[in-house]
Design a protein around this ligand. Structure first.
Ligand code: PGA
Length: 250
């Protein structure tokens, strides 16, 4: 069974609500591809505006972060239920910027993954190694550890429905993309890890993205790899280039 490709934009901390509306309008004629799922993961303040602006299009709404708690005295946090009610379908969990700058560890991220599922959101769980880890040869061990820790208590049905994004930290926002062979090696290892935790059938269903300086020029080669089912796009998601990535097969 062929997995449907999923191209998600990660807008990070870019675009005010009015700029977000403008960007959605600019991208509107460019992001139609009936064979691809398209997601905009946007800053929380932009969710309502972008939700309105994508109405009637093929684009789905995503968030960049979420609380591990249900509700209550957690100043500044946004719950899964709030996201769902605002029309969000996907939520990025464990981006390396959150792991690094905000010290989100695997136990915390595991709670977020479970909370997302509990509320009917689909996690886009990020993993990835640093340059030091790659150079010292521990990449695959590190990724396996992240996946196994972050998926504790996740059922096989849930795992089959989710998205994992492999994002080598050294490739994020640096213009330094992993080669398609490097990306395929790790995405393949992630699928194998899923088969070990669950079974082959689950591993065949889960969608695995590559992220890290993916752009209009390199997307075709990356997305042609058998274990790469899509992309998580940062910088290029804010430009018309995003439409070229969505239409990588044209
Ligand atoms: P980039 O970011 O495409 O700008 O490298 C990707 C990401 O961090 O998700």
């Amino acid at each position: 069974m062929a997995r449907r490709k999923i191209i998600a934009g990660n807008w990070k901390m870019n675009k005010t609500p009015s700029e977000a509306k403008e960007l959605v309008e600019t991208l509107k004629p460019l992001v139609n591809n009936p064979d691809v799922d398209v997601v905009y993961c946007v800053p929380a303040i932009d969710i309502t505006t972008v939700g309105e602006a994508i109405k009637g299009t093929n684009v789905m709404l995503g968030a960049e972060n979420m609380s591990d708690q249900d509700k209550g005295a957690y100043t500044g946090e946004i719950s899964a239920a709030m996201l769902l009610d605002a029309g969000v379908k996907f939520v990025i969990i464990g981006h390396s910027e959150r792991r690094g700058y905000y010290h989100e560890d695997d136990a915390f991220l595991n709670r977020k993954v479970l909370k997302a599922f509990e509320n009917g959101l689909t996690p886009i769980l990020c993993c990835g190694e640093s340059l030091e880890q790659r150079e010292s040869g521990v990449t695959l061990d590190w990724i396996r550890l992240q996946i196994k820790s972050d998926l504790q208590g996740v059922t096989r049905e849930q795992a089959a429905s989710m998205v994992i994004a492999y994002e080598p930290i050294w490739a994020i926002g640096t213009g330094k993309t992993a080669t398609s062979d490097q990306a395929e090696e790790v995405c393949g290892a992630i699928r194998k890890t899923i088969a070990e935790i669950y079974d082959e059938e689950t591993a065949e269903k889960i969608r695995i993205q590559y992220g890290g300086s993916m752009n209009a020029g390199n997307c075709k080669e990356l997305l042609a790899k058998p274990d790469i089912d899509g992309g998580l796009i940062g910088g290029a998601a804010l430009k018309p280039d995003f439409g070229k990535i969505v239409n990588y097969d044209k």
